[in-house]
Write a protein that binds this ligand. Sequence first.
Ligand SMILES: [Fe+2]
Length: 486
Amino acid sequence: MTLREELVAPAAEALTNPYLEGPYAPQAQEITAADLPVLSGEVPRDLDGVYVRNGPNPQFAPLGRYHWFDGDGMLHAVHFDSGRATYRNRYVRTDEFTTERAAGTALWRGVIEPWDTNPPGDRRERNAANTDVVFHHGNLLALWYRAGKPYALDPITLETRGADTFGATLPCEVSAHAKVDEHTEELMFFDYGIHAPYLRYGVADPSGKVVHHTGIELPGPRLPHDMAITENYSILMDLPLYNDPRAAAAGRFKLFFDRELPSRFAVLPRRGTAAQVRWFEAKPGYIYHSVNAWEEGEEIVMIACRVARPSPVTDRAHPLAQLLAYLRPEATLYRYRFNLRTGTTAETPLDEVNTEFPAIDQTRTGRRGRWSYQMRLSVDRTMLFDAVVKYDVRTGDKQTQPFGDGIFGSELTVVPRPHARDEDDAWLTMFAHNNHTGRSEVWIYDAADVTAGPICRIGLPARVPLGFHATWVSGARMRAAAQPLG
Ligand SMILES: [Fe+2]
């Protein structure tokens, strides 16, 4: 194994917060390590592409209380090529990262601190670009959950290419969970904020230009975290969990769940206008993540991880209850059917186990699929994934594979085998962290049987802090993106 390290910043100090300690503690080094050691099994020679995962990694001690959503984005990637694996991790060099780096200290307060009336930049919140990562138009795009500038990075070197303006066509910011249709290479995205119309939706074409954009009027500021697409439609969310308007007026952030309001879903044609939105109502609740959606006759089917009773504080005795509960999902697999003819919604719970961070074969995004691979949440106070659960989303039937004592997973990706005959004729790639040894590994599963455990384990030169979302970029897509558009 060859190894190159660059010391880029001191590790954050003031480790008084669980999200700055143990498996969450930030990494100080940016590393390139080729020919990673194979600990068991072998790296499939046909595995061709990059598994990349985003996550928070604060370069400086926080100002005030730290929330897991605050830390600077860092991408961790494993590039698979001809049976060899190379690891890299790199910060997303946002404008805020660069400004704080030059100052040698944190300058922005985090999301649970009172709002700064005199922020150091042109916006109140600091775009950490730490939440999600997708591949479009030859770039990895690092995206933040509160919406911000998308940052473009090289999919192999992870070098930050800069804030992506989509060729000066982007009229708004971009939230985490933009969706790529890998069949058309269109990117569907949304933006939300505190100003009317509160929700914006757009489409970028394969050349990376925004070709469609519309505002969608909501009753007030909301906190949508995800969207869904089908081949012809997009689905956006107006959910009754949002910032308490009284707290907002006082310059604070306090989650409020209005049990009297329905969940509402906006269904519109992929390049539809606000006037073409069809609203579908459903029981109150919250959704961090959709699994997938598709069209079935006159219906649109959406599978999601639904939180039935969002509770901003679950353990009032804990001094960090609010910041822990803020993001702790208590989610179960759930199916919505939106009938385009009747305008009605049918809802079906599919399971009772608390699972989240769903992953599907990305080539089936927006198309009918059967399998979702999700992380089971441990009962710990912080966010820890202790098992992979493979769901049949038609029935809720599942296979569960616990990772083992003290071992925690990351959002995984699904990699179809070349010439795959079945949807689960695929590999799964995941970071696994052993909290006893402090070491991280890459695990590869056979998607057809996750209960067999990992078929290959690869050693990593450094701990990969637990984090958020991942994507798979196939070698074929990277090579196609490198070609001039015809
Ligand atoms: Fe998310």
